[in-house]
Design a protein around this ligand. Structure first.
Ligand SMILES: [Zn+2]
Length: 397
């Protein structure tokens, strides 16, 4: 009888479940989070090393969700690690809590934003789209080239062509801009994204000026950056949010750029770690060090190429190497995409490819300018859903 009642009771227990969105706190460790939520620490200790390391890369302010049932039992917690992977902590009756690394199911839409300016680009884009990310990306793209405080007149057009990811109807992660333009006093300025993922102006000159250098002399890459990869042998999702350089213990580690040390200490997964904040919103990270160069501590000013520490194998490391990470804000990015490369224009085949991209984008700009400035509304957001642990698809709870 008890079993029969339990079956009847189950839907009733689920009824009245609520999703509580929350943001990941700055500086919160995964273990202290579990403690705070009164969840068993075994959730952490049962993870394998790689997944444990992943928990250190949860960006602060990450949009997390917690699902509690009517009895106030936590049934699921979703914590995004980046825009492709998330940690799912879920409750299995009688067995307790488990944890899985699962992909984030998202939808992508290519959108075009056309705006006749009313005030300044940042405010207008924010007002129209509600996206701070989109507004700040636009401003960054024309920084140093267009002075938004001078010369702009009401009605000057801006166009942005981009892809935005949506998760359950809400935009998330940085928009990927394919091209953007602004007209100031009849003069048009445009930025194009090339196949290498970098931005160039009309003439094909690299727009962003990268100032970073590799953190080691004679570097040997042993593992590259990946946001989400299904490991065929382990049969699980993996991410590697940095680049590994194999090297002998004691090999000097160099600062990738000028900056200020924002952290020099021990972190559980990364071992002896140094973080350096650079001027343009980027932070570099150097993990598993044997020791720090004397005098290097939190607050130290460092120059590009300066020795900051030595290769080791501290933390959750399988052998001596440098794990080198790069973050825009708190979001991990591929460090190799911001290393110094060419700054001049293209030649040969690449010039042809760039020209084709530019011409196609120019046509999209033109088409956008003939339309009414409109924008798709966001979708409805399901407040109560659960990511199925087998199918990995969201379903109503
Ligand atoms: Zn690594």
């Amino acid at each position: 009888m008890g079993r029969f009642f339990a079956l009847l009771l189950l839907p009733m227990l689920l009824f009245g479940a609520v999703v509580k969105p929350f943001k990941w706190k700055d500086g919160e460790s995964f273990l202290s989070f579990l403690e705070r939520k009164k969840l068993p620490l075994s959730v952490y200790y049962n993870m394998d090393k790689e997944d444990q390391k992943l928990t250190e890369d949860i960006p602060y302010n990450a949009n997390c969700q917690l699902l509690v049932d009517r009895k106030n039992i936590i049934r699921q917690i979703l914590i995004p690690v980046n825009d492709e992977l998330q940690l799912q902590i879920y409750y299995v009756p009688k067995k307790g809590y488990k944890m899985k690394v699962i992909p984030i199911i998202s939808e992508e839409f290519k959108e075009t934003l056309y705006l006749p300016l009313q005030t300044i680009p940042y405010d207008d884009i924010l007002k129209t789209t509600g996206s701070k990310n989109l507004a700040s990306v636009f401003v960054k793209m024309f920084k140093g080239r267009v002075d938004f405080r001078k010369g702009i007149k009401k009605g000057d057009p801006i166009v942005m062509v981009y892809t935005q990811k949506y998760r359950l109807g809400k935009p998330f992660s940085m928009p990927e801009v394919h091209g953007a333009m602004i007209e100031v006093g009849g003069k048009r300025y445009a930025v194009y994204r090339h196949t290498d993922g970098r931005y160039y102006d009309e003439k094909g000159a690299q727009y962003e000026k990268f100032i970073f250098k590799l953190p080691m002399r004679n570097p040997r890459i042993t593992s590259r950056f990946t946001k989400s990869r299904f490991h065929p042998v382990l049969k699980r999702y993996r991410a590697h949010l940095g680049v590994d350089f194999g090297a002998r213990p004691g090999t000097p580690i160099l600062s990738t750029g000028d900056g200020r040390v924002s952290f020099a200490g021990y972190s559980r997964g990364y071992g002896k770690t140094i973080k350096i904040r650079h001027s343009n919103g980027l932070t570099s990270l150097y993990a598993h060090q044997k020791s720090f160069k004397s005098g290097i501590k939190s607050g130290s000013k460092v120059k590009q190429g300066q020795i900051i520490g030595y290769v080791g194998s501290t933390g959750l490391s399988s052998g001596p190497h440098l794990h080198f990470g790069m973050y825009r804000g708190s979001t991990p990015i591929d460090p190799l995409t911001v290393m110094k490369k060419k700054t001049e224009g293209f030649s040969g085949k690449e010039a042809k490819a760039f020209k084709a991209i530019r011409n196609k984008m120019d046509r999209e700009f033109k088409a956008a300018l003939t339309k009414k400035p409109v924008r798709k509304p966001y979708f409805d957001f399901h407040e109560t859903y659960y990511v199925d642990t087998e199918t990995l698809k969201p379903k109503p709870f």
